[in-house]
Design a protein around this ligand. Sequence first.
Ligand code: IMP
Ligand code: MG
Length: 180
Amino acid sequence: MMSKFDYELSVYIAKDDISKRLKEIAIELSERFYNECPVIIGVLNGSFIFMSDLIRELDLECEIDFMKVSSYFGEKTTGKIQLEKDLNINIKDRSVIIIEDIIDSGLTIDFIRKHILGFSPKEVTIVTLLSKKMNYRLNFDIDIIGFEITSEFVVGYGLDLDQKFRQLDSLYKIEPRNLA
Ligand code: IMP
Ligand code: MG
């Protein structure tokens, strides 16, 4: 079993920069939804830290729910998405804000958006902390992107490699250490 000592971590986006960007996103959402009570849906597991920091910056009345899908094992996607936890709130005719950690191939957000549209919400806004624009092509817009990044694998601030490193408070680039 590999431990964290088998990997080289280097800071990619520091916690202060994340926090600054979060405040900007929170202002934008608070202005956009000031006279509504949107349903904010976190996509588990990766978005849990971003979501919890972001909602505490909002000046809004809102409701919170979570969805969970699976598709990703280690560094490779299987290309198949499975619903593991559905919504509990009725979102018919409601404004919905989806909170994602990262959009890579776009398969996950495409699945989640379609699933949510199936419940006939009033509108859907997509917010993602990170976007690997080079890797996806979608026929809808991602409304708010925290940071546009390249295809490198990153961990921390909720993002994992095999369920590890989620607790780190900055985002890190991760590479296997050369043990030779
Ligand atoms: P997509 O379906 O290919 O867009 O992948 C979305 C999911 O892949 C995210 O929710 C993450 O769980 C995972 N993922 C993609 N890139 C990274 C990364 O750089 N670090 C950690 N997880 C990632
Ligand atoms: Mg993941």
